[in-house]
Design a protein around this ligand. Structure first.
Ligand SMILES: Cc1cc2nc3c(=O)[nH]c(=O)nc-3n(C[C@H](O)[C@H](O)[C@H](O)COP(=O)(O)OP(=O)(O)OC[C@H]3O[C@@H](n4cnc5c(N)ncnc54)[C@H](O)[C@@H]3O)c2cc1C
Ligand code: SF4
Ligand code: SF4
Ligand code: SF4
Length: 388
């Protein structure tokens, strides 16, 4: 069954959350993305999934109506262990301190995937820190949060998710009359890659670095202790550590090269619009080119978002012209030349390194890897590459 007229889907899970018959499950598609699967035998033909779908309509507003800040966590530990300025961690702490639930993505070692989880303590919320560059399994976490909000009419929450997930959740919360009790926070987002890439990458890691998936204890998609501007993948387990920058890491190279992101990410509907109260991102661009500490873009989009951000205890912030976000963030990008071939190769068990060969000649890849050593802060690299 086609859920919207355009037959588009980014796996936001709103249809599955809203379905009164509970007959929609989110499963990995052949291409390795979460997609709704309907059990037609239980379907009531009520049409709610179609009405709620973000590709049928959504309440996203243009970003230009917001107020932009450059911001970072005053606590240097929080800032250092986050992906950009650590503002999300301060927000999560503030919400927990105020007695709200916090829902965000943790890395689930059992499933080897990010998964949305509801937190009610500071200790639980620590695992939310850091961007996990894969499609998070959000349906169960969102459903748990909705149940908690329904059980207690005084309960409130703060949710962190990608813009399409937020647009879907915004629609569901509005449908259930719960939207006023939730602060929705999304992020500037250039996309999510197929799980096929992650599965093959984990196999490559086992083969080349002797870290089997079942031994993994920690995955950091961006280890900012070494650099903010250059992404470092850090994976540890079984007494071994793997830590390499984009130029020497096949997952980050394929992901940041937009080679196998889901189709909906190429011309994302939420790149310049949002249904959130606040949008976060990295403050890329000239302003902070010379520092590795990490600064966040904090774009306040609604009155509720403004009130929440004004209460934040523990961030340093400075208002900047809203136009400054332009040119620093990703724009739409073309359909990758070898997309179908890449998906077929990954399905057939080919390693991510082989995908790179399709796009970048061997000589250029070698040069890139060599050059990456010159831009590596060797002291920090040696200090942190063997530390969890
Ligand atoms: C898939 C993805 C793509 C991104 N693309 C860009 C981009 O193009 N430009 C840009 O400036 N910023 C991008 N970001 C956001 C950026 O990585 C930082 O999250 C943001 O700058 C906030 O940083 P922070 O230090 O405040 O918080 P962080 O420590 O990064 O934590 C932010 C929050 O993100 C949530 N989160 C982590 N992973 C996921 C996930 N897979 N799905 C849903 N929620 C998640 C966590 O719950 C956490 O609360 C992206 C993030 C993701 C997850
Ligand atoms: S039509 Fe109604 S019952 Fe059927 S899948 Fe959609 S929401 Fe569920
Ligand atoms: S509501 Fe979300 S998951 Fe469901 S079809 Fe639409 S985009 Fe896909
Ligand atoms: S780029 Fe758009 S469609 Fe893709 S994950 Fe991000 S918000 Fe969703």
């Amino acid at each position: 069954m086609q859920i919207n007229d355009e037959n588009r889907c980014s796996g936001c899970s709103a249809c599955a959350l809203a379905c009164p018959a509970g007959c929609i499950e989110m499963k990995l598609s052949e291409e390795g993305f979460l997609r709704p699967c309907i059990d037609a035998s239980k379907c009531l033909n009520c049409g709610l999934c179609r009405r709620i779908c973000i590709y049928g309509g959504n309440r996203a507003k243009p970003l230009d109506s917001g107020t932009l800040y450059s911001a970072y966590a005053a606590d240097s530990g929080l800032r250092g262990s986050s992906s950009s300025g650590g503002v999300a961690a301060v927000m999560a702490r503030q919400a927990i301190g105020e007695g709200s639930f916090v829902c965000g993505a943790v890395y689930d070692l059992a499933g080897q995937c990010p998964r949305h989880t509801v937190c009610s303590s500071l200790q639980q919320a620590e695992a939310l820190q850091g961007s996990k560059y894969l499609q998070s399994r959000c349906r169960e976490g969102f459903a748990e949060l909705i149940a908690k909000l329904r059980q207690n009419s005084a309960a409130e929450a703060v949710v962190f998710a990608t813009p399409c997930q937020v647009a879907g959740l915004d629609a569901v919360l509005t449908q259930f009359g719960l939207r006023q009790r939730v602060i929705l926070i999304d992020n500037f987002c250039h996309g999510v890659p197929t799980y096929l890439l992650w599965q093959r990458y984990l196999e490559e890691l086992e083969r080349n670095r002797h870290i089997p998936a079942e031994s993994i204890e920690k995955v950091t998609f961006r280890d900012k202790r070494i650099s903010w501007h250059r992404y470092y993948m850090h994976i540890s387990g079984g007494g071994r550590n793997y830590c390499e920058p984009t130029a020497r890491d096949s997952f980050l190279s394929v992901f940041t090269g937009y080679m196998v992101n889901q189709r909906e990410c190429l011309d994302c509907r939420f790149r310049n619009a949002s249904a959130a109260d606040v949008r976060l991102g990295d403050f890329w661009g000239r302003r902070y080119r010379g520092t590795e500490k990490g600064y966040s873009m904090m774009l306040v989009l609604t009155e509720a978002g403004k009130k929440f951000c004004d209460r934040l205890d523990g961030i340093e912030r400075m208002e900047v012209p809203v136009e400054e976000r332009k040119g620093q963030q990703h724009e739409d990008y073309p359909f990758p030349r070898f997309y179908d071939r890449t998906i077929a190769m990954l399905k057939a068990g080919e390693m991510p390194e082989r995908i790179l060969e399709l796009y970048v000649p061997e000589r250029r890849r070698k040069q890139k890897r060599l050059r990456s050593w010159f831009s590596t802060d060797l002291l920090k690299y040696l200090k942190y590459r063997n530390k969890q």
